[in-house]
Design a binder for this molecule. Sequence first.
Ligand SMILES: [Fe+2]
Length: 453
Amino acid sequence: MTTTPFRGGFTPVTEEITAFDLAVTGRIPDELNGRYLRNGPNPLSLDDPSASHLFIGEGMVHGVRLRDGRAEWYRNRWVRNAAVARRLGEEPRPGPTHEGMDFAANTHVIGLAGRTFATVEAGALPYELSYELDTIGACDFDGGLPGGYAAHTHADPATGELHAMAYFFGWDHHQHIVIDAKGAVTQVRDIPIADAPMLHDFALTERYVVIYDLPVTFSMAHAEKGVPLPYAWNDAHGARVGLMSRTTGEVRWVEVEPCWVFHTLNAYDDGEEVVVDLVRYPQRFVDARLDLGGTPTLDRWRIDPRTGKVDQTRLDDRAQEFPRMDERLTGRAYRYGYTAATRDLTDVIYPADTELEDLPDEAFDNTLIKHDLEDGTQEKRQFGRGAYVGEPVFVASGQAEDDGYVLSYVNNPARGAADLVILSAQDFTGEPVATVHLPARVPLGFHGSWIAD
Ligand SMILES: [Fe+2]
């Protein structure tokens, strides 16, 4: 790999912008009062080592504040870890670190207890941001975190408890962390796991925390060669999924076919069985490279803890990522999911998988997909060449599961800038409810949240 992955839709922006009273096509629903925030890697310079791997670019959060039917502001801000602060001519913010891992969190941005956090995995702490996206400092929740935190979290809609699974190359375990709705760490459990595997996401049901223990593990050989993210596919490490009882902490492990999973769509208990919907890759991080290992599919695992059997079915074989759903139903039976099939992501994550070349252009031409998992059907919304659609975030409105909006940043190549597109989830292929015209590009990134005021 000689070229930076920060090309095409991932090409970084070079400025921080603040803009007010943005132009809007359509009508922003009055009920959307809050911020749509999204994090992603945005290296300060393409000459920096952080530009050599997609997962280590310095985090930048892009946000739009909506209020009373107006798009009040757009802001983009780098997350200031100490190094970014110095590069920008600022004083580093005081704050804790874990094992010296001070990272400009680049993977997700979430709201918790009225606060805003940029999150990342693999040993570093989250960074707290102000309402206006300025960096406050690294946060260990008043010493409640024994180590680092996680990029992905899942909140139990019944209790508001936020669950996370942390990992670190120096640990012989993963760590399950519960933070309550007031922002206090209330439970920490260590789960012994060999070989220091990577763990990007997990799943939550009413009974279980579902842990993926898959064959991508920390690789000292690659670390010694200076590979920036030294995790590699490891045939010697088995593939299994753990059902950890939320009440006792006991883990029931069951074997699965070797594969890689970045993301969960949702999971739920079905009688004694557990259903987990996820985006699954045949392999990933082969020789510690992100661009080898086949294309992902949306799959369902039906796990029977009594027999240890896992039944795998394919929900959709089109390459897609960034699964989201109505989080009022996290861990519960549900019907609808939303994903993105984004050409620019394809070009970086699996360019070497030549079978893609046989597919027609429209197959991966920047599409948002609404899945009806009950009917087994999909609605596909095309955005065209160069639109590099991002993660579709669902915002609930009425009681019905798909009564709400789907928000995503979509590049508008004609303007050379991004739009925040607000779709009606029930009219997924119809005219957008509103399109907010931002003053700048928003590079393709990772994850975000709607954080209501
Ligand atoms: Fe992710």
